[in-house]
Design a protein. Structure first.
Length: 271
């Protein structure tokens, strides 16, 4: 039986919490495709929730295409489950560039000019002068998977304004202006979706999100670009291959090799 004290730790409605518990059973194969779910009375006892709440949770899973309910027969996990969308967060610079080559960026707010002193969360360097700010959604196959705020130093933006406006900024810098970038820093945080993120990514307000801040710096320790990206947390996957006994990771993935884009301390940190 579920410890009911755990429910009060969340501000989510009980039926959403219950649906989450049942969804995990399906995703982990505890309830296999084609198998029958316990009857509603057993689910009530297991979750220690009312019948109405359990019914709402089941309706939510049915709308998601995870279960099928038949009058007189019961509730079953769908034999053919919908493909769970996922996004692999790159762990190397080369991996990041590869991931940006098949996306479609869409501007979702008017571009603006902002002073460098207004930038939040800069990871290194000094942000001086004016920056061009734009907010975009990155999509794959018409499905949004990332909301990103971009702050690009104005003099750098003017070097390639047309391309920066239509192509991922990091990709343009790497492929056309690599000599400008001396160092890249990245920070990964786990948070919850605000109204802007929820609307842009098609997720619930307060849903888990992965936040990534990146700062690109030139040889004079000046910030070239600073970005702030948000990904739906439930769809993000981070795979890391560790080097053991001073051995480099294998080349099978092509994503875990050091290259010329190393940080100042020589570490192959994600970009």
């Amino acid at each position: 039986m579920t410890d009911t004290n755990l429910y009060i730790r969340s501000r989510q409605p009980l039926y959403i919490q219950a649906a989450g518990q049942m969804r995990l059973k399906i995703e982990r194969g505890i309830w296999a495709p084609g198998s029958q779910l316990p009857v509603i009375e057993d689910l009530q006892a297991e979750l220690d929730l009312s019948r109405a709440t359990v019914r709402e949770a089941l309706e939510m899973l049915e709308e998601e295409g995870l279960i099928e309910r038949y009058r007189g027969r019961g509730t079953f996990v769908r034999a053919a489950l919908p493909e769970r969308r996922s996004h692999d967060l790159p762990t190397t610079w080369d991996g990041l560039l590869a991931s940006l080559r098949n996306i479609t960026p869409k501007l979702v707010a008017p571009m603006d000019r902002r002073p460098g002193t207004s930038l939040q969360g800069v990871l290194a360097g000094s942000a001086e002068g004016e920056f061009v700010w734009f907010q975009r959604v990155h999509t794959r196959a018409d499905e949004p998977y990332c909301l990103i705020d971009i702050n690009l130093r104005e003099d750098v933006y003017e070097l390639d304004a047309e391309r920066f406006a239509s192509v991922p900024v990091v990709l343009v810098l790497a492929e056309r202006h690599a000599e400008l970038v001396e160092e890249v820093r990245q920070r990964i945080l786990f948070s919850n979706a605000d109204e802007t993120s929820a609307r842009a990514l098609g997720i619930a307000l307060g849903a888990p999100v992965v936040e990534i801040m990146r700062t690109l710096i030139d040889r004079n320790d000046q910030v070239i670009a600073h970005t702030y990206a948000r990904y739906p947390g439930e769809y993000v996957r981070i795979d890391v291959q560790f080097a053991l006994n001073n051995k480099k990771p294998g080349r099978s993935s092509g994503r875990n090799e050091c290259n010329d884009w190393q940080s100042s301390d020589g570490d192959c940190s994600p970009s």
